[in-house]
Write a protein that binds this ligand. Structure first.
Ligand SMILES: *[C@@H]1O[C@H](CO)[C@@H](O)[C@H](O)[C@H]1NC(C)=O
Ligand SMILES: *[C@@H]1O[C@H](CO)[C@@H](O)[C@H](O)[C@H]1NC(C)=O
Ligand SMILES: *[C@@H]1O[C@H](CO)[C@@H](O)[C@H](O)[C@H]1NC(C)=O
Ligand SMILES: *[C@@H]1O[C@H](CO)[C@@H](O)[C@H](O)[C@H]1NC(C)=O
Ligand SMILES: *[C@@H]1O[C@H](CO)[C@@H](O)[C@H](O)[C@H]1NC(C)=O
Ligand SMILES: *[C@@H]1O[C@H](CO)[C@@H](O)[C@H](O)[C@H]1NC(C)=O
Length: 299
């Protein structure tokens, strides 16, 4: 029975993949095809032996054993996986070897925006790449720790930028990814905070036909120092068409509109536009409508 089980396990684990990662290994090293990889065993023991997954590593032209080090020459894909070092049957240390594919990727797989200049708000970043399933990001300039993806798909990074001072040094965000087939890449994205500003949506208050647009609550204060530019769109009542709704300094929504929405951007930086607010209803001016219908007064 034991032998059968072992054979089955052997078949499953050895014929598919011996081991695979679904998170970042605590200790890993990177290998590139045809390159070499040096592993060190962290121990006081003078002599150690090595295992690659469950196989003993025999010294050869390609696997050099040197004191507490294992040097793999002419690295190939079948050498990825978990390397453990042992002495007298005792497990001492391990290093997981991933295949480094960083050369394949450009920084467009990583993008970030910031809602405001204040360090009390986090930077939101996205990172994605088909074939890779685990990602993590960190702000290298401020030496912060790794951040995992949150449930809404974004990575939220803290930063130290002070809204009142010019930023002397760019932020550097580092992203790392691993795949379930033991592939790895990292990428670096550098920017000034001012280059990634994307304000939150403005606050729109509709009262009958008067519209009041205020900065998003997260926006830097005072408003005079951090001016925003707004864009208002209306939806026509008759055909539902969306039209630009320049209010020309008034706060009255033109007639015949059923809905309004707005967005904003930093007027001085001409930053990215915020997302649009949801559409808001414009209440019909009932009295006026009736009047215009029976012709006593044109609205
Ligand atoms: C590698 O092996 C060590 C020792 O058995 C273990 O603690 C570690 O979790 C393994 N790493 C991976 C990523 O499988
Ligand atoms: C990214 O990985 C390379 C190996 O490909 C390494 O030399 C480099 O230090 C890493 N960069 C960062 C910022 O972690
Ligand atoms: C919206 O505007 C009305 C009328 O000016 C005011 O009474 C109300 O408090 C405002 N609501 C908000 C949420 O600002
Ligand atoms: C930054 O945020 C803090 C806390 O929310 C606030 O007290 C401060 O006024 C903000 N600074 C600016 C410039 O908006
Ligand atoms: C604002 O001005 C433009 C051009 O003068 C005009 O076409 C438009 O209808 C005006 N919008 C409103 C809401 O009055
Ligand atoms: C127009 O409508 C108003 C309000 O309903 C009404 O008092 C008035 O008599 C109407 N006039 C005509 C000419 O129908």
């Amino acid at each position: 029975m034991g032998t059968i089980l072992r054979t089955v396990c052997f078949l499953i684990f050895c014929i598919t993949s011996v081991s695979a990662v679904d998170t970042f290994p605590e200790k890993f090293a990177l290998g590139r095809i045809d390159g070499h990889v040096t592993l060190s065993c962290d121990t006081a023991k003078p002599h150690v032996t090595w295992k690659h997954d469950s196989e003993d590593v025999e010294p050869s032209e390609l696997a050099e054993l040197k004191d507490k080090q294992l040097i793999l020459h002419n690295f190939q894909e079948d050498q990825m996986g978990n390397y453990t070092c042992w002495s007298e049957g005792e497990l001492l240390d391990y290093t997981y070897i991933l295949l480094d594919e960083s050369w394949k990727f450009i920084d467009s797989v990583l993008s970030c925006t910031a809602e405001t200049f204040n360090c009390t708000f986090k930077i939101s970043c996205r990172m994605d790449q088909a074939g890779f399933n685990v990602f993590r990001l960190r702000n290298k300039r401020d030496d912060s720790s790794w951040v995992q993806r949150s449930e809404d798909g974004f990575f939220y990074l803290t930063h130290s930028t002070n809204p009142y001072a010019e930023e002397a040094k760019q932020l550097e965000v580092i992203g790392e990814a691993v795949s379930s087939s033991d592939r790895y890449f990292n990428i670096s994205h550098s920017f000034y905070l001012r280059d990634i500003i994307k304000p939150g949506s403005p606050q729109i208050n509709m009262s009958k036909k008067s519209i009041t647009v205020r900065p998003p609550a997260s926006w830097a204060k005072p408003e005079s120092y951090y001016p925003l530019e707004h864009e208002i769109q209306c939806r026509k009542r008759d055909d539902g068409k969306e039209v630009s709704c320049n209010l020309n300094g008034t706060n009255k929504v033109p007639d015949g509109m059923s809905h309004v929405r707005g967005r904003c951007r930093d007027l001085l930086l001409l930053s990215q536009w915020s997302d649009w607010t949801p559409w808001q209803n414009v209440r019909k001016g009932r009295k006026k409508k009736q009047k215009s219908k029976n012709g006593t007064k044109q609205d």
